[in-house]
Structures are given as C-alpha cells and as structure tokens.
Design a protein. Structure first.
Length: 466
C-alpha cells in the first residue's frame, strides 16, 4: 500500500483534471454577473424601482384632467307615485268661482269640492341618460406635494437597488476568494503529502540497504499518515466553500463549476483615513439611502400639511337624455360648466396628527443617519487599519516562506547525507506548510479588506448597475 501512494495521488489529479474539463469555468467577473442575474434580492429591488416609477406616473395623473362617460337606461315595471293635490277639484272650484263672480250662475257653495291629495305618477315608463363629465384640478396642494413625494420615493428605490447590488458583489468576492483560498490550501496539503511520501520512499530505500534505523522508517511512515487526514479535510473544506459559492450565485447544487483566478497581493498605497471617511459620507449607499429617506419623510410632512389648503376644480358636464312610455323618446340635452371650491374646516384633528407623526418619523430617520454615519466611519477606520496591518506582515511572510522552503531543502539534504534526522525533516515540513498557510490567509484578508472598503465608500463599476 505504501508503494502505491504516489500512484493514488496521480490518479486523483487526473480525475480532478477530467472533472475540471467538464465543469463550468467561472472567473470573478463572470461570477458577479451570474449573481446579479440570479439574486432574488436584486430582483425584488428592481421590481421596487419599477413600482416607484409607476407611482410617479400615477401622481402626475392626479394633476391631469379626468374625463368620465356614463350612461344608463331604466324601465319602470310599476311607476312610482306620490301624494299630490287633486288637480280636478282645483280646476272645478276655480271654474265655479269665476262663474259665481261674473253672475253667470247663482252662488252655490255646495258646488265646491274639498281639495285633497291623490297618488299620481309623473314618470315615463322608459328613460335613458348619457353624460360626459370633465374635471380639471386648478389648485390642489395635495396633488402637487404627492408628485414630489413620489419622485423622492423613486430615488430611494434606485438607491436601495444600488446598495443591494454592491452588497451582492461583496458577497460574491468573499465567496469566490474563499474558494480560491481553500483550493490553494488543499494544494499545499497535497504538496506536503507529496513531500512526506517522497521522504518515506527515500527512507524506505535507505532502510532496505541497512543505512538507517527502523525508528527513522517508522517516523517517516507516521508523518505520511498524519498528513493524510489533513489532505482529506482540506478537500472537504474546498468542496464546501465551492457549494457555498453556488448558493451566492443562485446556481443549483448539482451544477459543476470551477473557479479560475489568482489571489494576488497588489501592494498599493494605504488609503488616508480622513479622506476615506469623507468619501464614504458622500458615496456610501446606506448613507445616501437614509438621506433620501429623510427627504421622503419631509415630503410627507408637506403632503399632510397640504390638506389644510383649499381645493379648486373646474368642471364641465354634457347630458343627453330622453323618456317615453312607448319608446317614442322625447330627447333633450343640457350642458354646464363651473368651478368647485372646497375647504376643510375641521376633520377631528386627523391631518394635524398625521403631520405630527410624519415629523417624528423624520426625526427618527435623522437619528438613524447620524448613528449609521458613525458606524461607517468606524468601519472605514477598521478596514484601513486591517490593510495597514496585513501590508506590514505580508513582506515578512513572503521572506518567511522562502526561508521555510530553503530550510526544508537543507533538512532533506542533511538527512540524505547522514548529518540530520527525521525530526528535522518533519519540523521543516510543518514550518513550510504553516508559512504558506499564513501567507495565503494574509493575502485573503488583504483582498477582502480592500473589497469591503470599496463597498463602504461606495465604489462600484457602473456596468454592474446596467
């Protein structure tokens, strides 16, 4: 079994290469585009932008004229009747009164009939009416304030969309570089396993020739077996981080992907803390969203205050109607124009309370904004300190890796020449593995700190928004 260890490693590499050829190869930029297309939060934020755009159009619609057309037809199965003075008695009494006054007939009070009411109908059996009503607001402060509020709401929705995009990009970078980190950690473990396997074969060959003691052979074999679980664990961590990237990208778990990229330490100038904080105050998406939110709250104060103002409308109406008992309609038309002025005197204090609630909401937003600005300033300072710390140790770690590689080579040569022992080789291998691991972790911390700083100050490629 010990002799076939290198063969197993070679077969594992071949299988990985075949799987790599069948997997979807994804770069960082491609991963960001896939996430932007599949992310549900971005989809929800995009819908909110479309919704707010429609709200702006709706608000404008309230300032435009309204045209209503209506028509109706009615047929009385039984006509309505109402009590009305008896016209026959009234007419008879009036006639006798004239005749008595003129002396045509001698006066006879018995000729007069008592005037009572009778149920009479004044409706036609069939009736129709068609009407056109045009209404135009001349002055309505609520409408005008509503237009302004809807525009600010639309701006807030767009800012929230950009904030969501920036957050998704940061999540993709964290997951993508985590995959690269665990992948290189896995390769470091494989390299250490290969070194231990090579050392075991050399010790075994020397032991077979009687050049080394059995104790050295056992130490070399123990070293191989101690590293084997580390290789399997590194592989599992690599697979898990790759599955986590699929979740961030919105891909199915059975999708085969392979990330392509490098964890490069690009040593740039350390950003100035004060300038970065000022940049964050201007460009941070959360701060800008809260500032727009405060404008929205102020617009709602104006909106509710507008309920105290009078409302003036102009209207025009044209009516065409007809009625008859047997569908031989007598048609007629009428038209009217005018203005309507209304002014609320008292509505139970509802408008005043709404204004008060809107003011409290705006003060809450102001406090949230102040708190969030302090939080962003603290985060910017923390990220820049992280960048400064990582840059200060990375150069030393680069040299440490070189020293560890050299020390491992010397330990192997010393053992081959008989001046060293297996403990030196094991310690050198552990030191080399630890040095490479420390450097990789520092490079990852540096890259992520830079990405988080870009997110805090609001730096983002406009192509991603498009």
């Amino acid at each position: 079994m010990k002799r076939i260890i290198p063969s197993l490693i070679f077969i594992s590499i071949i299988i990985s290469s075949l799987a790599y050829g069948q997997s979807k190869v994804i770069t960082l930029d491609e991963a960001i585009h896939i996430a932007l297309e599949n992310n549900r939060e971005i989809g929800i934020a995009s819908m909110e932008v479309r919704k707010s755009r429609s709200a702006v159009r709706e608000a404008f619609g309230h300032a435009l004229p309204t045209v209503d057309v209506s028509g109706n037809f009615s047929h009385f199965v039984e006509k309505p009747r109402m009590p009305f003075p008896d016209f026959e008695a009234l007419l008879g009494n009036a006639t006798y009164a004239i005749l008595f006054e003129e002396g045509v007939l001698p006066r006879d009070e018995d000729k007069y009939k008592p005037v009572t009411t009778r149920l009479q109908s004044f409706a036609q059996t069939n009736n129709y009416e068609s009407q056109v009503q045009v209404t135009q607001p001349l002055f309505n402060s609520t409408v005008f304030r509503g237009i302004g509020a809807s525009r600010r709401y639309h701006n807030l929705a767009e800012e929230e969309l950009q904030r969501t995009i920036s957050s998704v990009i940061l999540d993709v970078k964290r997951s993508f570089y985590a995959v690269l980190l665990t992948k290189e950690m896995y390769e470091i473990a494989l390299a250490s396993f290969g070194n231990a396997s090579d050392n075991y074969r050399n010790v075994k060959a020397a032991y077979d020739q009687g050049l080394v003691a059995e104790f050295d052979l056992l130490q070399a074999e123990v070293q191989v077996e101690n590293i084997r679980p580390m290789v399997l664990q590194s592989e599992n961590v690599y697979v898990n981080t790759r599955d986590g990237l699929k979740i961030v990208l919105g891909l199915e778990q059975d999708a085969e992907i392979e990330v392509v990229g490098e964890m490069i330490y690009d040593a740039g100038a350390i950003p100035d803390i004060d300038n970065s904080i000022e940049e964050a105050f201007r460009g941070n998406y959360g701060i800008k969203a809260l500032e727009i939110k405060k404008d929205v709250d102020r617009a709602f104060i104006d909106y509710y205050q507008s309920e105290f103002w009078p409302v003036l409308y102009a209207f025009g109406n044209y009516t065409y109607a007809g009625s008859d008992d047997k569908f031989s309609f007598q048609n007629y038309s009428s038209s009217i124009v005018g203005v309507t002025l209304s002014f609320n005197i008292f509505n139970g204090g509802k408008s005043r309370q709404r204004v008060q609630q809107a003011r409290v909401t705006m003060h809450q937003t102001e406090q949230q904004l102040l708190h969030y600005r302090d939080y962003v300033a603290l985060q910017v300072k923390s990220k820049i300190n992280d960048i400064r710390r990582v840059q200060s140790i990375l150069e030393a770690q680069e040299r440490n890796v070189q020293l560890a590689e050299r020390a491992y080579g010397i330990a192997v040569i010393r053992y081959r020449e008989g001046t060293g022992n297996q403990l030196e080789v094991q310690n050198a291998d552990i030191a080399l593995r630890q040095a490479r691991t420390n450097r990789l972790n520092s490079v990852y911390d540096y890259i992520i700190a830079r990405a988080e700083l870009d997110h805090l100050v609001g730096r983002m490629n406009e192509l991603y928004i498009d």
